[in-house]
Design a protein around this ligand. Structure first.
Ligand SMILES: NC(=O)c1ccc[n+]([C@@H]2O[C@H](COP(=O)([O-])OP(=O)(O)OC[C@H]3O[C@@H](n4cnc5c(N)ncnc54)[C@H](O)[C@@H]3O)[C@@H](O)[C@H]2O)c1
Length: 102
């Protein structure tokens, strides 16, 4: 049975992708640091071919161990979208100066 490692698999895309991979007969291992305390994979926990490691992919040992048995790797871990905007709001834009009508 092929094994997929989904890095950042507890996020938005992972919450759709991981059950789909399990349904298609993959063994799925997720590596995620659960930065936002996500519970999106709760239902997958009951699946016999599902496993999860809580960890940071930037840690070389953690990543190496997670990759050891993987046949394919799907890298989704990121700080993106609304979460990024909340953590790192953009500086206010300078006012736009409009050309005068004259
Ligand atoms: N959501 C979209 O519509 C969309 C569209 C196109 C591309 N993408 C890309 O797909 C990827 C995933 O998007 P998403 O919407 O699922 O994001 P998301 O924020 O929902 O999920 C990212 C996951 O990565 C985990 N993570 C973050 N840093 C980590 C780290 N250092 N180690 C381990 N896990 C870590 C988070 O805990 C989270 O579960 C991103 O690269 C995004 O740019 C997303």
């Amino acid at each position: 049975m092929p094994e997929a490692l989904v890095i950042g698999g507890a996020g938005y895309i992972g919450s759709v992708l991981v059950p789909a991979l399990l349904e298609r007969g993959y063994r799925v291992n997720v590596l995620d640091n659960f930065l936002f305390h996500q519970t999106s994979l709760m239902e997958c926990c009951a699946h016999e071919n599902f496993s999860v490691v809580r960890g940071d992919y930037r840690d070389a040992d953690t990543l190496r161990k997670a990759m050891r048995t993987a046949d394919c790797i799907i890298p989704l871990a990121a700080i993106v979208g609304a979460r990024l905007a909340r953590r790192m709001p953009a500086p206010p834009s300078p006012p736009i100066s409009m050309p005068s009508a004259r």
